[in-house]
Design a protein around this ligand. Structure first.
Ligand code: FAD
Length: 470
């Protein structure tokens, strides 16, 4: 066997100074030559540990082998046996914490870049066109999916392949959930999400947008309309605020609102597009997760001269992906560690002008295991800012639970489900994704959509059997 190169094949990217002027995708993806070289680094383990690290159990070893021998069509076919959104996962999955972390050759060098290989195979399919969808015999049974994020899309795709008539109800005007309204185009182009949604349409899934379940229709209405099972994948889109004086000033956004205005409504093209977004010269983003990085980088592209991350802990405790953190540094985002805003000030017209902050130090570990930030007395200082974007995490959307109290929830709002089937306390109603776990990841939401699709199939078969026996 030839010696394995300990270093992964690098992937080229847009130049930071140029890319920050618009929303073009930052990472280019591998070319033909690079992808074969990277796939050749895989040692084809007998028991591939990487597959244990994948929440949806993609047959990683075999698809990497297919890429290595130049059979890209087989690679994407294999990936799609368990992952219905590979072009999305290849771009935004935290592979460094999952499959790539388990890679054996990673012990002595870099693990195989499984995510980049997956992206290559998925992009190959987008270029060549997908294989014709496998259409199962129609069962004549209707299933409703509420919410079109990765959980809902995965559940819809699996059920359509089983032969169910699937309708997806989405509150917003475009399907995709966070993939379309939250994650910016420079990380995940909207065209990739549109492509996946179109594939679902071609396989028979119907989409009804601008429909808020719990307001336009209740779960009871859906059952009365002939749907025999319902999957709730409404996500965790409820923003958290700090509760500090001045938070209601103009110029203060939740990250969800800010990103939705820019990503989905393309407010950066105002007035050609009708949704405005007010971005001043200096923007402060509170928090240091992926959403905070996305907000700061989006603010620069939307016209801010300076974007600051304000975080009450340190670099060691931040939750953003390392890759996104590095991209943010390259683009000029300024990081203010151990800093916590306590009060906001505005002008006579009600616009934000500055914020008062406290310096922090780290104390004993808290419930999360991370060292607790403690304010340093007398350390108050003021920063002039034009916008504040709060990226402090989100909570489950409360609309379905509040309009359907028979669906049991946890104290923090997450819907309670049976782990094996995804069924809630109301028979026939299933749930999965962020609405069950709280804010998590794309791949976990997809895994939950898959579990629920199988749960719904078993449930509907049992119900049918009961009817024929009675
Ligand atoms: C800015 C940002 C960046 C992120 N980056 C990453 C990343 O890089 N990698 C990663 O793995 N994860 C990332 N995540 C997390 C990931 O996107 C989520 O975990 C995932 O999208 C959850 O999927 P879901 O299907 O449960 O819900 P969502 O994607 O939230 O979709 C829920 C959908 O339901 C709709 N809906 C809500 N209520 C109703 C209703 N009553 N009726 C009808 N429709 C309704 C919503 O409009 C939405 O379209 C990020 C999240 C954010 C916010």
């Amino acid at each position: 066997m030839s010696k394995i190169n300990p270093n992964r094949v690098p992937m080229s990217e847009e130049n930071a100074a140029e890319r920050v002027k618009d929303f073009r995708e930052v990472a280019h993806g591998y070319n033909e030559e690079e992808v074969r070289r990277e796939a050749d680094r895989c040692i084809q383990c007998k028991k591939p540990k990487c597959e244990d690290g994948c929440p949806v159990k993609v047959p990683i070893r075999d698809f990497v082998a297919a890429i290595s021998r130049g059979d890209d069509a087989e690679a994407i076919r294999l990936i799609k046996t368990t992952n219905s959104l590979p072009a999305v996962c290849g771009r935004v999955c935290p592979q460094e914490e999952q499959c790539e972390k388990m890679c054996v050759i990673g012990k002595k060098g870099d693990g195989v870049s499984i995510g980049r290989l997956e992206r290559f195979a998925a992009d190959y399919e987008m270029l060549k066109g997908p294989a014709a969808p496998v259409r199962a015999e129609k069962k004549g049974q209707k299933v409703a999916i509420v919410g079109s994020g990765p959980a809902g899309l995965t559940c819809a795709g699996d059920l359509a392949r089983m032969g169910y008539d699937v309708t997806v109800f989405e509150a917003l005007h475009a399907p995709g959930g966070v993939l379309i309204y939250g994650i910016p185009e420079f990380r995940l182009p909207n065209s990739v999400v549109h492509y996946e949604v179109e594939n679902l349409r071609k396989s028979g899934v119907e989409f009804r947008s601008n429909t808020v379940i719990g307001k336009s229709f209740t779960l009871d209405d859906l059952f009365q309309d002939g749907f025999e099972a319902i999957f709730v994948g409404t996500g965790a889109g409820l923003p958290r605020f700090m509760g500090i004086p001045g938070e209601n000033l103009n110029g203060v956004y939740s990250a969800n609102e800010f990103l939705t205005r820019v990503n989905l409504m393309r407010a950066d093209r105002f007035p050609t597009n009708h949704t405005p977004v007010m971005v001043g010269e200096k923007v402060a983003v509170i928090g240091a997760g992926n959403t905070a990085m996305d907000s700061a980088r989006t603010a620069l592209r939307a016209g801010a001269k300076e974007a600051h991350i304000i975080y009450r802990r340190t670099e060691a405790e931040m939750t953003a992906r390392v890759e996104e953190y590095h991209h943010a540094i390259e683009e000029g985002v300024v990081f203010n560690w151990l800093t916590n805003p306590v009060r906001l000030f505005g002008n006579e017209e009600g616009w934000l002008t500055s914020m008062e902050c406290l310096r922090m130090e780290l104390g004993e570990p808290d419930d999360s295991g991370r060292r607790r930030p403690v304010p340093i007395k007398g350390s108050e200082f003021t920063i002039q800012i034009d916008n504040m974007i709060l990226a402090l995490g989100t909570s489950p959307n409360p609309l379905i639970p509040s309009s359907a109290p028979e669906v049991e929830t946890r104290s923090w709002g997450g819907i309670i489900v049976d782990e094996e089937s995804g069924m809630t306390s109301r028979p026939g109603v299933f749930a999965g994704g962020d609405i069950v776990t709280g804010a998590a990841t794309v791949i976990l939401a997809m895994g939950a959509g898959k579990t629920a699709a199988n749960g719904i199939d078993r449930y509907l078969k049992e119900e049918r059997l009961k009817k024929t026996q009675s």
